[in-house]
Design a protein around this ligand. Structure first.
Ligand code: ADE
Length: 247
């Protein structure tokens, strides 16, 4: 998957491009993140990429011309173009899954008070938010999106099954994990996890996931119960027990 990121702060992306997960994926040609500095496409002598808003008001607005230039330079026409913005639709698991199937994606990161609306309109951009809070720019949201999308692309994670097993993707929150030592400051690892009995371990994990989900995310729990047709007999027994109890 090729992802073009248009930004005034390409250096911020070292955090994702230098990460081990994306670094490995890039080395293997699975993901190709290309950073374009919008400032390289300014046409005025001061290299300005922003100006005051028509109509007044505080803050600065990113100008159409440098952004158009950057979009043209990456051949964005006809591609899916996202604009990271708190005004956008909040991204969720379905959105991330859908994006992970694309071959190409262009992401515009805004700054200041936003970008000239003509950019969004002309390029038919899809506005995407990572939540109901406002950050100083679209760079961190773009990195969140890239990280979440990349780990769903086959081959990016070492273990193919691990993305789908995790919280939210299985429909349940993830069960608690432990590692060595078996006892730490008097706290023991649950006995079943060192039993070597994989069937019991799986059932224990399933039970813990159900409990956690019912307590923290009753919305996900109800959804899981509704779609729980394919459970084994043992799993069903556990689910029925947990549906009954108060958490
Ligand atoms: N830019 C600023 N805040 C944002 C948010 N919450 N989501 C996406 N882009 C943003």
């Amino acid at each position: 998957m090729k992802i073009d990121v248009l930004t005034l702060f390409p250096e911020m992306f070292a955090a994702v491009t230098g990460s081990s997960m994306l670094g490995r994926a890039a080395d293997r040609g699975i993901i190709d993140i290309r950073l374009t500095n919008i400032r390289d496409y300014t046409n005025d002598k001061h290299n300005r990429a922003d100006d005051y808003p028509f109509g007044g008001g505080g803050g600065m607005v990113m100008m159409a011309d440098p952004v158009f230039g950057a979009l043209e330079a990456v051949n964005a026409a006809g591609k899916r173009i996202l604009y990271m913005s708190p005004r956008g639709q909040i991204m969720d698991k379905a959105k991330i899954e859908e994006l992970s199937e694309l071959d190409e994606l262009v992401i515009l990161c805004g700054h200041y008070e936003g970008v000239d609306q003509r950019i969004i309109d002309h390029w038919a951009m899809e506005e995407v938010s990572i939540g109901d809070y406002v950050l100083t720019g679209g760079e961190l949201p773009a990195m969140v999106l890239i990280d979440a999308v990349a780990r769903l692309i086959p081959g990016v994670l070492g273990n193919e099954s691990s993305a789908m097993d995790e919280s939210v993707y299985s429909g349940l929150l993830e069960f608690p994990q432990y590692t060595k030592p078996r006892e730490y400051r008097g706290m023991e690892v649950p006995e079943v996890l060192v039993s070597g009995n994989h069937k019991l371990i799986d059932l224990w994990r399933f039970r813990e996931s159900l409990l956690l989900t019912k307590e923290r995310r009753p919305d996900l729990f109800d959804e899981f119960v509704k779609n729980s047709g394919s459970l084994s007999k043992d799993e069903r027994k556990i689910l029925e027990e947990i549906v009954e109890i108060d958490v």
